[in-house]
Design a protein around this ligand. Structure first.
Ligand code: AP5
Length: 221
């Protein structure tokens, strides 16, 4: 358990594979920092910062934000006190330059390298169904699904009463673009990169959330 709290993990997988769902639960159970570049960008969008306004145009179309901007954001985030004991990176890296930049950020010391890279394997057809039915709580960030994980009352978070939103990039055209980029830019190059480093593990992400969670708990020991 104590080793698990020192994990520095990367969750890799297509849009809707369940990375955020699992990273959120694991970080709450084992006190990891859950670092989601998507959530960080959405928070900038909500605050209407310059970065958020720039990112929104790309995100709404399902396009990637520049490597430079993302790497700078992650560099600051992993230096924060809550990340000292371990973290799960959710949605980063997703290009080869981002993966190389992460290794550089962590430095040459073996004791600070990425310890686990988990690839969430799942078919595109399942991802499309998950994304089109996903609803996110605008207040606490909880992740729901109209069919797989519905709330008691439509449009209202069971946990905090916040309003549920349907992400702009969870619409059909943006989903197609995200899937295309995932296959062309993320999956192949990063699978090879981390396989060569000997840290890659795969999970079958087309099972229940509970079964996947239990497997991740074992895998991250
Ligand atoms: P980001 O927020 O990272 O989106 P993503 O990678 O496309 O991943 P998602 O958040 O859509 O899916 P997830 O795998 O977390 O699935 P979830 O757990 O929610 O990025 C958004 C945008 O920001 C990008 O498009 C880009 O523009 C920009 N960006 C972010 N990072 C970037 C980077 N590094 N470089 C450049 N640009 C970047 O689950 C999905 C649904 O399925 C939910 O409804 C959930 O309840 C349900 N579900 C989950 N698990 C299961 C299960 N086992 N069975 C049934 N249903 C399930």
């Amino acid at each position: 358990m104590s080793d698990r709290n020192q994990a520095r993990a990367v969750f890799l997988g297509g849009p809707g594979a369940g990375k955020g769902t699992q990273a959120k639960r694991l970080s709450e159970s084992f006190v990891f920092a859950h670092i989601s570049t998507g959530d960080m960008l959405r928070s900038q969008v909500a605050k209407c910062t310059d970065l958020g306004n720039q990112a929104k145009i790309l995100m709404d179309q399902g396009k990637l934000v520049s490597d430079e901007l993302i790497v700078a954001m992650v560099k600051d985030r992993i230096a924060e006190p809550d990340a000292k004991g371990g973290w799960i990176l959710d949605g980063f890296p997703r290009t080869l330059p981002q993966a190389v930049a992460l290794d550089r950020l962590l430095g040459a010391s073996k004791s600070l390298q990425v310890t686990h890279v988990v690839y969430f394997r799942i078919a595109d057809g399942v991802l499309e169904l998950r994304l089109s039915g996903r609803r996110n709580c605008s207040k606490c960030g909880a992740i729901w699904h109209v069919a797989n994980k519905p709330t008691c009352k439509d449009g209202v978070c069971d946990l905090c009463g916040g309003v549920l939103v349907h992400r702009a990039d969870d619409r059909p055209e943006a989903i197609q673009k995200r899937l295309q980029d995932f296959h062309a830019i993320t999956a192949g190059p990063l699978h090879t990169y981390y396989k060569n480093q000997g840290v890659l593990r795969e999970v079958d992400a087309n099972r229940s959330q509970e079964v996947i969670y239990q497997e991740l708990v074992q895998l991250m020991q």
